[in-house]
Write a protein that binds this ligand. Structure first.
Ligand SMILES: Cc1cc2nc3c(=O)[nH]c(=O)nc-3n(C[C@H](O)[C@H](O)[C@H](O)COP(=O)(O)O)c2cc1C
Length: 359
């Protein structure tokens, strides 16, 4: 039994009851105004056994929405449901950070206010299909390279959304700089060919993430801000190889500011991860990523061996709302149903039983 996994951890100013984090997972159940459904309150409450929940990706502005059905956190109506989510999680003894995601070039103008534009660091289109507002799959359009004013406005949007998250009672925010979305597009030389202060050298490519993190910290405190990265990740047509210097520059730049945590998708770049872990001064969170396994025999030793302070677990939390309790008691865990990941209303969302209510 990997005991360390079930011990408390101090994350910034808050105490987590264990080292298991529910990984951020998009569920596409929000309405056309980006408002979460009522059932989201129950969905997150059911999963409060996690030491920390990182919410599904949430757009900090209408301009940042890349998929139908993702929630936002930039209007009062959106914030109101988030406040009930946070309250439900806290009442059940849990903690929650809201993940903020601007999708950049991964999106479609039909989802954006006034039909666009689709913004990205540079006009480099993704070679994949994206969903329109009607859910039709079409080739991704070429995005527009952001002006400096658009970059400044986008940074401000993140900071305002971070302030709303804390006003709603969330414990903090996670900046989604992984998996090929806007911040990752800035980090990677394949999608960022700018020649101003946001492109070119590793530190210039890291600047957007640094600016977003610092602007958010200025509003809510650095100890309420986490950052998620996926060095080397190829998801969303990224070619992020040979970009290790950018991640080292990013971590060195952020290391002195007291941010809550760094959350990495491990992938194959184990050596880089060891170096990131060594240089990162606060909480380090690992997700084994799509290529690995999040079963207890895999994640237990990650914490036990000090590879990370916390581990995040995705799909198992969809089908096992009481995952940590099941792990503690050795109860078998249930399989997930992929068909209801992104669709299905309450089905595949709030109807997975916990072990104690199963019979
Ligand atoms: C349905 C689904 C939705 C996801 N949505 C997000 C997301 O919104 N933000 C994010 O950073 N990662 C997202 N991911 C990736 C997960 O956080 C995690 O990295 C991945 O599922 C691998 O971990 P696992 O093997 O424990 O599931 C998603 C994964 C799944 C399965």
């Amino acid at each position: 039994m990997p005991d360390t996994l079930f011990t408390p951890w101090k994350l910034g100013g808050i105490e987590l009851s264990n080292r298991v984090v529910m990984a951020p997972m998009t569920r596409n159940r929000a309405d056309v105004d980006g408002v979460l459904p009522e059932s989201a309150v129950e969905y997150y409450r059911q999963r409060s056994c996690a030491g920390l929940i990182v919410s599904e990706a949430t757009q900090p502005s209408a301009a940042g929405q890349g998929y139908p059905g993702t929630p936002g956190l930039h209007t009062d109506a959106q914030q109101e449901v988030w406040s009930r989510v946070a309250e439900a999680v806290h009442s059940a003894g849990g903690r929650i950070f809201v993940q903020l995601m601007h999708t950049g070039r991964i999106g479609h103008p039909s989802l954006l206010p006034d039909g666009g534009p689709l913004l990205a660091p540079s006009a480099v289109r993704a070679d994949l299909e994206v969903a329109t507002a009607d859910g039709e799959m079409v080739p991704a359009p070429e995005p527009k390279a952001m002006t400096l004013d658009e970059i400044r406005q986008t940074i401000e949007d993140y900071a305002s959304s971070a302030a709303r998250a804390v006003a709603a009672g969330a414990d903090g925010i996670e900046i989604h700089a992984a998996n090929g979305y806007l911040p990752h597009q800035f980090l990677s030389p394949g999608t960022n060919v700018r020649d101003d202060e946001y492109g070119g050298s590793p530190i210039n490519r890291a600047r957007f993430v640094v600016d977003v993190a610092r602007a958010s910290a200025a509003r809510i405190g650095a100890d309420r801000v986490g950052i998620r990265i996926s060095p080397g990740g190829k998801f969303n047509d990224m070619a992020d190889r040979d970009n290790e210097d950018t991640y080292l520059a990013l971590v060195d730049e952020l290391a002195g500011d007291g941010f809550a945590y760094l959350h990495t998708l491990r992938g194959r770049t184990t050596v880089l991860h060891e170096e990131l872990r060594r240089r990162w001064p606060t909480t380090y969170v690992v997700n084994t990523g799509y290529g690995g396994s999040s079963e207890i025999d895999e994640v237990g030793p990650i914490v036990e061996g000090g590879v990370a302070d916390l581990v995040s677990v995705g799909r198992l939390f969809i089908s096992n709302p009481d995952l940590v309790d099941r792990w503690k008691s050795g109860t078998a865990r249930a399989d997930w149903d992929e068909d209801t990941f992104y669709t299905g209303g309450d089905r595949g969302y709030i109807d997975y039983p916990s072990a104690s209510t199963q019979d």
